[in-house]
Design a binder for this molecule. Structure first.
Ligand SMILES: Nc1ncnc2c1ncn2[C@@H]1O[C@H](COP(=O)(O)OP(=O)(O)OP(=O)(O)O)[C@@H](O)[C@H]1O
Ligand SMILES: [Mg+2]
Length: 196
């Protein structure tokens, strides 16, 4: 059975597609990987021709297709709204990654996504990942307050705001930037640990 990793957050521009791409790119060195783009505007799928090492599959309108696909890992990128399919995708997912920026307004925006996850009893399978963290920022406790009422995990790995990530989808990842690659390696380890 494929392990399904859903990357979701109703807010736009938090790095769902960027993290989906980089995690898939990293994991596909040792495994058979597909990315399914549930974003009908399909930004990731537009890069299909540039992708090496994993399959990029546009959403066909059939959620049930997920159960028939034969991959080690299937990553699902989602659009920046709570789509009709989201509850079903949350149910099917082995791990749900919710990327967020570290601002107060970003964390307020996360709540409707987390409430949907809680309704589907999947908080235990959810990992919040701080993305685009500015240099010399420490994430203070006040940022995390409000998250504790949901029983979700917070990734130890923080992904920095780096040009390497902006470019990564064009050049098959971040291997040219040691710092960025180390962060994605660490996040990959956390993802795999959470899938056991
Ligand atoms: N860690 C990062 N460092 C620098 N830039 C980043 C990082 N993560 C994402 N970005 C940039 O931020 C922008 C938004 O990222 P991305 O498209 O991945 O977000 P998204 O959540 O998928 O957005 P949408 O909801 O609109 O699909 C892009 O220009 C991307 O290159
Ligand atoms: Mg996106």
């Amino acid at each position: 059975m494929s392990k399904i990793i859903l990357i979701t957050h109703q807010k736009g521009g938090v790095g769902k597609s960027t993290l989906t791409f980089n995690l898939a790119q990293n994991i596909c060195k040792d495994a058979k990987v597909a990315v399914i783009d549930f974003d009908l505007q399909g930004s990731l799928c537009q890069l299909k021709e540039l992708v090496n090492g994993f399959d990029m599959i546009p959403y066909s309108g059939e959620i049930d297709i997920l159960e028939t696909l034969n991959y080690d890992f299937i990553f699902i990128d989602t659009p920046p709204y709570l789509s009709n399919h989201l509850a079903k995708l949350i149910q099917l997912a082995d791990l749900i990654i919710v990327p967020t920026k570290a601002g107060i307004l970003d964390l307020l925006a996360i709540k409707s996504t987390l409430e949907l996850i809680e309704q589907e009893s999947k908080a235990n399978n959810t990992l919040i990942v701080f993305n685009m963290v500015k240099a010399n920022t420490t994430l203070t406790l006040d940022i995390l307050i409000g998250l504790e009422e949901y029983n979700v995990k917070i990734a130890n790995t923080h992904i920095s705001d780096l040009v390497a990530f902006t470019r990564s989808v064009l050049i098959n990842g971040v291997r040219n930037d040691k710092n960025a690659q180390k962060q994605i390696d660490n996040l990959t380890k956390e993802v795999l640990t959470n899938l056991i």
